[in-house]
Ligand binder design. Sequence first.
Ligand code: 9MR
Length: 334
Amino acid sequence: MIGKVRPLVLAAALVVAGVATAGPAEAATTLGASAAAKGRFFGAAVANNHLGEAAYANTLDREFNSVTPENEMKWDATEPNPGQFTFGAADNIVNHARSHGQSLRGHTLVWHSQLPGWVNQISTGSALMTAMQRHINGVAGRYRGQIAYWDVVNEAFADGTGGGLRSSIWTQRLGFNTGWIEQAFRLARTADPNAKLCYNDYNTDGQNAKSNAVFNMVRDFKARGVPIDCVGFQSHLNINGVPGDYQANLQRFANLGVDVQITELDIGGSNFTTQANNYRTVVQACLNVSRCNRIVTWGVTDKYSWRASSTPLLFDGNFNKKPAYNSVLAVLNS
Ligand code: 9MR
Protein backbone atom coordinates (compact mmCIF):
# COMPACT_ATOMS: atom_id res chain seq x y z
CA MET A 1 0.00 0.00 0.00
CA ILE A 2 2.65 2.44 1.12
CA GLY A 3 4.65 1.42 -1.92
CA LYS A 4 1.84 2.61 -4.18
CA VAL A 5 1.39 5.94 -2.44
CA ARG A 6 5.02 6.95 -2.53
CA PRO A 7 5.34 8.07 -6.17
CA LEU A 8 2.36 10.37 -5.74
CA VAL A 9 3.86 11.86 -2.61
CA LEU A 10 7.15 12.33 -4.43
CA ALA A 11 5.49 14.03 -7.38
CA ALA A 12 3.60 16.36 -5.05
CA ALA A 13 6.80 17.18 -3.18
CA LEU A 14 8.56 18.02 -6.43
CA VAL A 15 5.75 20.37 -7.41
CA VAL A 16 5.85 22.10 -4.03
CA ALA A 17 9.62 22.44 -4.31
CA GLY A 18 9.24 24.04 -7.72
CA VAL A 19 11.14 21.26 -9.45
CA ALA A 20 10.08 20.88 -13.04
CA THR A 21 8.47 17.54 -13.75
CA ALA A 22 7.41 18.35 -17.28
CA GLY A 23 9.43 17.92 -20.46
CA PRO A 24 11.24 20.60 -22.40
CA ALA A 25 8.01 21.61 -24.14
CA GLU A 26 6.98 23.25 -20.87
CA ALA A 27 10.30 24.93 -20.12
CA ALA A 28 10.22 27.62 -17.45
CA THR A 29 10.10 31.21 -18.61
CA THR A 30 12.16 33.05 -16.01
CA LEU A 31 15.81 32.83 -15.03
CA GLY A 32 15.03 31.76 -11.47
CA ALA A 33 12.51 29.08 -12.39
CA SER A 34 14.69 27.71 -15.17
CA ALA A 35 17.72 27.58 -12.88
CA ALA A 36 15.61 25.90 -10.19
CA ALA A 37 14.68 23.18 -12.67
CA LYS A 38 18.41 22.49 -12.91
CA GLY A 39 18.86 22.56 -9.13
CA ARG A 40 20.48 26.00 -9.21
CA PHE A 41 19.73 29.56 -8.15
CA PHE A 42 19.92 32.57 -10.45
CA GLY A 43 20.40 35.83 -8.60
CA ALA A 44 21.22 39.51 -8.82
CA ALA A 45 23.01 42.09 -6.74
CA VAL A 46 20.42 44.49 -5.37
CA ALA A 47 20.72 48.11 -4.30
CA ASN A 48 18.32 49.12 -1.56
CA ASN A 49 17.78 52.60 -2.99
CA HIS A 50 16.23 51.16 -6.17
CA LEU A 51 13.75 48.79 -4.56
CA GLY A 52 11.13 51.53 -4.57
CA GLU A 53 11.25 51.72 -8.38
CA ALA A 54 8.43 49.51 -9.62
CA ALA A 55 10.12 48.32 -12.82
CA TYR A 56 13.28 47.44 -10.89
CA ALA A 57 11.48 45.52 -8.16
CA ASN A 58 9.14 43.83 -10.62
CA THR A 59 12.01 42.62 -12.80
CA LEU A 60 13.96 41.44 -9.77
CA ASP A 61 11.05 39.54 -8.28
CA ARG A 62 9.88 38.02 -11.55
CA GLU A 63 13.27 36.76 -12.74
CA PHE A 64 15.64 36.19 -9.81
CA ASN A 65 15.49 33.77 -6.88
CA SER A 66 18.70 34.86 -5.15
CA VAL A 67 19.64 38.30 -3.83
CA THR A 68 23.02 39.78 -2.87
CA PRO A 69 23.06 43.22 -1.24
CA GLU A 70 25.41 45.22 -3.49
CA ASN A 71 26.81 47.50 -0.76
CA GLU A 72 24.47 47.37 2.24
CA MET A 73 26.21 44.62 4.24
CA LYS A 74 29.73 45.99 3.81
CA TRP A 75 31.69 47.19 6.82
CA ASP A 76 31.30 50.92 6.14
CA ALA A 77 27.52 50.46 5.90
CA THR A 78 27.06 48.18 8.91
CA GLU A 79 29.61 49.41 11.48
CA PRO A 80 30.44 53.04 10.70
CA ASN A 81 31.75 53.59 14.23
CA PRO A 82 33.44 51.02 16.49
CA GLY A 83 30.82 48.67 17.89
CA GLN A 84 27.94 50.82 16.61
CA PHE A 85 25.96 48.80 14.08
CA THR A 86 23.50 50.17 11.54
CA PHE A 87 21.36 47.66 9.68
CA GLY A 88 18.51 49.67 8.16
CA ALA A 89 19.37 49.26 4.48
CA ALA A 90 20.56 45.66 4.86
CA ASP A 91 17.45 44.74 6.82
CA ASN A 92 15.30 46.22 4.07
CA ILE A 93 16.90 44.01 1.41
CA VAL A 94 16.73 40.95 3.65
CA ASN A 95 13.04 41.58 4.33
CA HIS A 96 12.36 42.08 0.63
CA ALA A 97 14.13 38.86 -0.29
CA ARG A 98 12.46 36.82 2.42
CA SER A 99 8.98 38.08 1.56
CA HIS A 100 9.58 37.16 -2.10
CA GLY A 101 11.04 33.73 -1.40
CA GLN A 102 14.52 34.72 -2.56
CA SER A 103 17.64 33.09 -1.16
CA LEU A 104 20.31 35.44 0.21
CA ARG A 105 24.06 35.72 -0.36
CA GLY A 106 25.72 37.88 2.31
CA HIS A 107 28.43 40.20 0.98
CA THR A 108 30.94 40.72 2.62
CA LEU A 109 32.39 40.42 6.13
CA VAL A 110 36.13 41.04 5.65
CA TRP A 111 37.46 43.13 2.75
CA HIS A 112 40.16 45.75 2.31
CA SER A 113 37.78 48.16 0.54
CA GLN A 114 34.75 50.08 1.81
CA LEU A 115 36.12 50.00 5.33
CA PRO A 116 35.18 52.85 7.64
CA GLY A 117 38.11 55.15 8.42
CA TRP A 118 38.49 53.91 12.00
CA VAL A 119 39.35 50.38 10.88
CA ASN A 120 42.17 51.68 8.70
CA GLN A 121 43.55 53.52 11.70
CA ILE A 122 43.85 50.47 13.94
CA SER A 123 47.53 50.20 14.72
CA THR A 124 48.08 46.73 16.13
CA GLY A 125 47.29 43.23 14.97
CA SER A 126 45.58 42.25 18.20
CA ALA A 127 43.28 45.28 18.07
CA LEU A 128 42.44 44.55 14.44
CA MET A 129 41.65 40.93 15.28
CA THR A 130 39.39 42.08 18.11
CA ALA A 131 37.61 44.42 15.71
CA MET A 132 37.22 41.63 13.16
CA GLN A 133 35.68 39.35 15.77
CA ARG A 134 33.19 41.98 16.90
CA HIS A 135 32.28 42.79 13.30
CA ILE A 136 31.70 39.19 12.23
CA ASN A 137 29.69 38.48 15.37
CA GLY A 138 27.68 41.65 14.86
CA VAL A 139 26.82 41.23 11.18
CA ALA A 140 26.73 37.45 10.66
CA GLY A 141 25.05 37.16 14.05
CA ARG A 142 22.34 39.65 13.09
CA TYR A 143 21.31 37.54 10.10
CA ARG A 144 21.97 34.16 11.67
CA GLY A 145 19.85 31.52 9.97
CA GLN A 146 18.80 33.80 7.09
CA ILE A 147 21.83 33.78 4.81
CA ALA A 148 22.43 30.81 2.53
CA TYR A 149 26.01 31.77 1.62
CA TRP A 150 28.32 34.39 3.12
CA ASP A 151 31.28 35.94 1.32
CA VAL A 152 33.38 35.77 4.47
CA VAL A 153 36.57 37.16 2.95
CA ASN A 154 36.64 39.13 -0.29
CA GLU A 155 39.55 39.84 -2.64
CA ALA A 156 42.43 39.03 -0.29
CA PHE A 157 44.83 37.94 -3.05
CA ALA A 158 46.98 40.22 -5.19
CA ASP A 159 46.80 40.45 -8.97
CA GLY A 160 49.83 39.64 -11.07
CA THR A 161 52.20 36.75 -11.12
CA GLY A 162 53.37 36.68 -7.51
CA GLY A 163 50.53 34.58 -6.16
CA GLY A 164 50.54 36.23 -2.74
CA LEU A 165 48.14 38.17 -0.58
CA ARG A 166 47.37 41.80 -1.39
CA SER A 167 48.88 44.53 0.74
CA SER A 168 46.11 46.01 2.91
CA ILE A 169 45.40 46.85 6.52
CA TRP A 170 44.83 43.12 7.03
CA THR A 171 48.20 41.91 5.79
CA GLN A 172 50.02 44.93 7.20
CA ARG A 173 48.75 44.25 10.72
CA LEU A 174 48.20 40.48 10.63
CA GLY A 175 50.77 39.23 8.17
CA PHE A 176 51.15 37.97 4.61
CA ASN A 177 49.83 34.55 5.45
CA THR A 178 46.32 33.14 5.51
CA GLY A 179 46.03 32.91 9.29
CA TRP A 180 43.68 35.88 9.59
CA ILE A 181 41.54 34.53 6.73
CA GLU A 182 41.30 31.22 8.56
CA GLN A 183 40.28 33.07 11.71
CA ALA A 184 37.54 34.95 9.81
CA PHE A 185 36.05 31.66 8.60
CA ARG A 186 36.14 30.16 12.08
CA LEU A 187 34.41 33.22 13.55
CA ALA A 188 31.78 33.22 10.81
CA ARG A 189 30.99 29.54 11.40
CA THR A 190 30.42 30.28 15.07
CA ALA A 191 28.31 33.37 14.38
CA ASP A 192 26.03 31.64 11.85
CA PRO A 193 26.53 27.86 11.90
CA ASN A 194 24.01 27.19 9.12
CA ALA A 195 25.40 29.61 6.55
CA LYS A 196 27.73 28.21 3.92
CA LEU A 197 30.98 30.14 3.95
CA CYS A 198 32.72 31.38 0.81
CA TYR A 199 35.98 32.93 -0.26
CA ASN A 200 35.23 35.39 -3.12
CA ASP A 201 37.58 37.03 -5.66
CA TYR A 202 37.98 38.41 -9.19
CA ASN A 203 40.52 37.57 -11.92
CA THR A 204 40.34 34.02 -10.67
CA ASP A 205 38.03 32.90 -13.49
CA GLY A 206 40.72 30.93 -15.33
CA GLN A 207 43.84 29.18 -14.15
CA ASN A 208 46.48 31.78 -13.33
CA ALA A 209 48.85 32.73 -10.52
CA LYS A 210 46.04 34.34 -8.52
CA SER A 211 43.55 31.47 -8.83
CA ASN A 212 46.38 29.01 -8.12
CA ALA A 213 47.09 30.83 -4.86
CA VAL A 214 43.41 30.73 -3.89
CA PHE A 215 43.32 27.05 -4.84
CA ASN A 216 46.26 26.29 -2.57
CA MET A 217 44.59 28.10 0.32
CA VAL A 218 41.30 26.24 -0.14
CA ARG A 219 43.11 22.90 -0.40
CA ASP A 220 44.99 23.68 2.80
CA PHE A 221 41.81 24.79 4.60
CA LYS A 222 39.96 21.63 3.58
CA ALA A 223 42.89 19.45 4.63
CA ARG A 224 43.03 21.04 8.08
CA GLY A 225 39.28 21.28 8.70
CA VAL A 226 39.03 25.06 8.43
CA PRO A 227 35.31 25.73 7.79
CA ILE A 228 35.14 26.77 4.14
CA ASP A 229 32.21 25.56 2.00
CA CYS A 230 32.40 27.52 -1.19
CA VAL A 231 34.46 29.63 -3.57
CA GLY A 232 32.93 32.58 -5.40
CA PHE A 233 34.18 33.56 -8.84
CA GLN A 234 33.15 37.14 -9.47
CA SER A 235 33.47 36.92 -13.26
CA HIS A 236 33.55 40.60 -14.14
CA LEU A 237 34.35 39.81 -17.76
CA ASN A 238 34.81 41.67 -21.02
CA ILE A 239 33.61 41.09 -24.53
CA ASN A 240 36.55 38.83 -25.43
CA GLY A 241 37.12 37.62 -21.95
CA VAL A 242 35.70 34.21 -20.98
CA PRO A 243 38.88 32.26 -20.29
CA GLY A 244 39.12 29.06 -22.31
CA ASP A 245 39.65 27.06 -19.15
CA TYR A 246 36.73 28.64 -17.28
CA GLN A 247 34.88 25.35 -16.73
CA ALA A 248 38.07 23.43 -15.92
CA ASN A 249 38.94 26.04 -13.31
CA LEU A 250 35.51 25.75 -11.65
CA GLN A 251 35.83 21.97 -11.72
CA ARG A 252 39.25 21.84 -10.08
CA PHE A 253 37.93 23.87 -7.15
CA ALA A 254 34.76 21.75 -6.94
CA ASN A 255 37.03 18.70 -6.79
CA LEU A 256 38.44 20.06 -3.51
CA GLY A 257 35.00 19.49 -1.96
CA VAL A 258 33.53 23.01 -2.05
CA ASP A 259 30.57 24.50 -3.86
CA VAL A 260 31.50 26.94 -6.61
CA GLN A 261 29.38 29.95 -7.53
CA ILE A 262 29.45 32.72 -10.11
CA THR A 263 28.94 35.61 -7.74
CA GLU A 264 29.21 38.94 -9.61
CA LEU A 265 28.75 38.10 -13.26
CA ASP A 266 28.72 40.91 -15.78
CA ILE A 267 30.17 40.88 -19.28
CA GLY A 268 30.94 44.19 -20.92
CA GLY A 269 30.12 44.74 -24.53
CA SER A 270 28.35 46.97 -27.00
CA ASN A 271 28.02 44.06 -29.46
CA PHE A 272 25.05 42.31 -27.92
CA THR A 273 25.46 39.16 -30.02
CA THR A 274 29.01 38.59 -28.81
CA GLN A 275 27.90 39.42 -25.29
CA ALA A 276 25.08 36.87 -25.52
CA ASN A 277 27.53 34.20 -26.67
CA ASN A 278 29.86 34.94 -23.77
CA TYR A 279 26.99 34.72 -21.29
CA ARG A 280 26.01 31.38 -22.81
CA THR A 281 29.55 30.07 -22.35
CA VAL A 282 29.64 31.05 -18.69
CA VAL A 283 26.23 29.61 -17.82
CA GLN A 284 26.89 26.39 -19.74
CA ALA A 285 30.20 25.97 -17.90
CA CYS A 286 28.44 26.32 -14.57
CA LEU A 287 25.75 23.83 -15.56
CA ASN A 288 28.46 21.37 -16.58
CA VAL A 289 29.93 21.44 -13.06
CA SER A 290 27.58 19.74 -10.63
CA ARG A 291 28.78 21.76 -7.64
CA CYS A 292 28.27 25.08 -9.45
CA ASN A 293 24.96 25.79 -7.80
CA ARG A 294 24.38 29.53 -8.15
CA ILE A 295 24.87 32.27 -10.72
CA VAL A 296 24.49 35.91 -9.70
CA THR A 297 24.65 38.89 -12.05
CA TRP A 298 26.10 42.06 -10.52
CA GLY A 299 22.94 44.08 -10.86
CA VAL A 300 19.53 43.93 -12.53
CA THR A 301 19.76 46.60 -15.23
CA ASP A 302 22.53 48.26 -17.23
CA LYS A 303 21.19 51.57 -15.95
CA TYR A 304 22.48 51.01 -12.43
CA SER A 305 25.50 48.82 -13.15
CA TRP A 306 28.79 49.81 -11.47
CA ARG A 307 30.11 49.91 -15.04
CA ALA A 308 27.01 51.16 -16.80
CA SER A 309 28.91 52.49 -19.81
CA SER A 310 29.85 48.95 -20.84
CA THR A 311 26.20 47.76 -20.65
CA PRO A 312 27.20 44.44 -19.07
CA LEU A 313 23.91 43.01 -17.74
CA LEU A 314 20.88 41.04 -18.97
CA PHE A 315 18.32 43.87 -18.90
CA ASP A 316 18.81 47.22 -20.61
CA GLY A 317 18.15 50.59 -19.05
CA ASN A 318 14.42 50.24 -19.72
CA PHE A 319 14.31 46.76 -18.18
CA ASN A 320 13.92 45.14 -21.60
CA LYS A 321 15.42 41.68 -22.05
CA LYS A 322 18.66 41.79 -24.03
CA PRO A 323 19.96 39.08 -26.38
CA ALA A 324 22.12 37.89 -23.48
CA TYR A 325 18.98 37.29 -21.43
CA ASN A 326 17.57 35.07 -24.16
CA SER A 327 20.78 33.09 -24.50
CA VAL A 328 21.00 32.53 -20.73
CA LEU A 329 17.38 31.41 -20.53
CA ALA A 330 17.89 29.06 -23.48
CA VAL A 331 20.93 27.43 -21.86
CA LEU A 332 19.15 27.06 -18.54
CA ASN A 333 16.27 25.34 -20.36
CA SER A 334 18.46 23.17 -22.57
O1 9MR B 1 28.93 47.50 -7.22
C1 9MR B 1 29.59 48.05 -6.10
C2 9MR B 1 29.64 49.57 -6.24
O2 9MR B 1 28.34 50.12 -6.11
C3 9MR B 1 30.56 50.15 -5.19
O3 9MR B 1 30.72 51.55 -5.41
C4 9MR B 1 31.91 49.45 -5.24
C5 9MR B 1 32.84 50.00 -4.19
O4 9MR B 1 34.04 49.29 -4.15
O5 9MR B 1 31.73 48.07 -5.02
C6 9MR B 1 30.99 47.49 -6.05
O6 9MR B 1 30.90 46.07 -5.87
C7 9MR B 1 32.13 45.36 -5.88
C8 9MR B 1 31.96 44.16 -4.98
O7 9MR B 1 31.54 44.57 -3.71
C9 9MR B 1 33.24 43.36 -4.90
N1 9MR B 1 33.73 42.99 -6.20
C10 9MR B 1 33.84 44.08 -7.17
C11 9MR B 1 32.51 44.83 -7.27
C12 9MR B 1 32.59 45.90 -8.36
O8 9MR B 1 33.51 46.87 -8.02
